[in-house]
Design a protein around this ligand. Structure first.
Ligand code: NZQ
Ligand code: ZN
Length: 385
């Protein structure tokens, strides 16, 4: 196992009826801005519930943060935060609203234009406004980590950042709030969490027994309860298990002390930036292709995955690996998330554009050993078609 430092300061309030924690978590004299997305929290009543709990506080609102939040929209929020003298941000929504709020929290305290945060991947963030979260979509883990992804629509740049200053102070995780999700977002959420686990697990063995078994437990839970959430949308226990799994998938715990391979996410971000696919759709396309192209380098872990996660014990090593990759693809498809670029109307002519984006963003040495050069990315992207 590698050396590591593990740090996660986010307090979690998990369960039904935990919204009242907002009143205790947010200081009584704070000037709070509530941030939300395209209106789901208005329709579902979550926004009203939040405002009722915070009645009598100094509140303002900023709505309209879109999926794959844009610099263009977030810049307007930064202006409003500065104009209002806001000193506490409350994100109410999914990963996009939370990521956008992290960006706003840091950009609002900077003299320079906030885009420099993305240019520096967050390394230049020295402080940020405090952030609280009410989560409505189990997927990204953003509610319990310090990262975010922001898109500059004008230039098709979708770039990640992270900073110790961007951990939410607290997050309310009420699984009932995810029951209004449409099937597409349920499937997306399960795929995103699954791929987060895979990118911290499916590399090469370093004898990290707990991280491996923890990761396998999360994968097995997603395999068991992902389809159930689609089939029985009102099942509380299913939603609760998925919600906690998604948070644990990317809160630092399973990634501590192990090699990581974020190539699927990096290639996926370029596909979203160019063609507007949902984040999880891109992951469902890229991961099976990547595992196939990297089957030799990842053989030991692929075999472990085949046996421990999918119960594949028969056949040659290559047959087991092939079967595990096929099971992975079939799992995504069973969640109604398609796994080929052509399923989204994109053909081979897109390959050069995706590669040019990777090159422009310096994504030329990806993977757990930084061995995924542009040539190998090209093979992977061709395998996505
Ligand atoms: O915008 P509204 O109207 O709220 O609707 C949203 C949106 O259309 C809707 N929704 C959310 N909660 C709902 C709901 N609809 C009904 N009922 C509810 N309870 O769902 C749609 C998608 O929301 P979004 O927040 O975009 O989804 P997600 O949570 O999947 O976030 C995706 C973003 O997170 C980034 C992605 O790149 C993408 O930009 N990621 C962030 C990460 C992080 N910070 O650690 C890691 C991830 O890998 C990911 O890259
Ligand atoms: Zn993701």
């Amino acid at each position: 196992m590698f050396d590591f430092t593990f740090y996660n300061p986010t307090r979690i309030h998990f369960g039904k009826d935990r919204m009242s924690a907002l009143a205790k978590e947010i200081p009584a004299d704070a000037r709070v801005m509530i941030l939300y997305g395209g209106g789901s929290v208005v329709r579902t009543g979550v926004l009203d519930q939040v405002k009722t709990i915070l009645q009598g506080r100094h509140l303002s609102e900023f709505g309209g943060i879109e999926p794959n939040p844009t610099y263009e929209t977030l810049s307007k929020a930064v202006e409003k935060v500065k104009a209002d003298g806001t000193d506490y941000l409350l994100a109410v929504g999914g990963g996009s609203v939370i990521d956008g709020t992290k960006y706003i929290a840091a950009a609002a305290l900077m003299e320079d234009d906030g885009w420099c945060i993305l240019e520096n991947r967050g390394r230049n963030i020295q402080r940020a406004l405090p952030i609280g979260v009410v989560l409505t979509l189990a997927a990204t883990g953003s509610e319990m980590n310090n990262g975010g992804v922001v898109t500059r629509a004008a230039t098709h740049d979708k770039i990640g950042f992270s900073s110790l200053h961007c951990f939410p102070r607290f997050a309310v995780l009420d699984p009932t709030k995810t029951m209004t999700l449409p099937p597409r977002q349920i499937g997306n959420g399960v795929v995103d969490a699954f791929v987060h686990v895979m990118e911290q697990y499916l590399t090469y063995p370093v004898d990290a027994k707990v991280q491996d078994r923890f990761a396998e437990g999360l994968l097995l839970t997603l395999i068991e309860d992902g389809p159930r959430a689609l089939a029985t949308p009102d099942n509380y226990d299913v939603r609760a298990n998925l919600m906690w799994t998604a948070s644990l998938a990317l809160n630092g715990l399973i990634g501590a002390g192990v090699p990581q391979d974020w190539a699927t996410h990096m290639i996926g971000h370029e596909i979203t930036a160019l063609y507007g696919l949902d984040h999880a759709q891109t992951l469902a396309i890229v991961l099976p292709a990547l595992l196939d192209i990297r089957r030799e380098q990842k053989a030991a872990k692929l075999l472990q995955y085949a046996e421990r996660v999918w119960g594949i014990h028969d056949g040659s090593e290559q047959e087991k690996i092939t079967a595990a990759i096929a099971k992975t693809r079939a799992f995504f498809e069973s969640l109604q998330v398609k796994t080929r670029l052509r399923d989204y109307g994109i053909d081979e002519s897109a390959v050069p554009a995706i590669l040019a984006q990777l090159e422009r963003h310096g994504m030329t040495k990806l993977g757990e050993k930084r061995e995924i050069t542009l040539d190998i990315s090209e093979q992977i992207v061709r395998g996505c078609c």
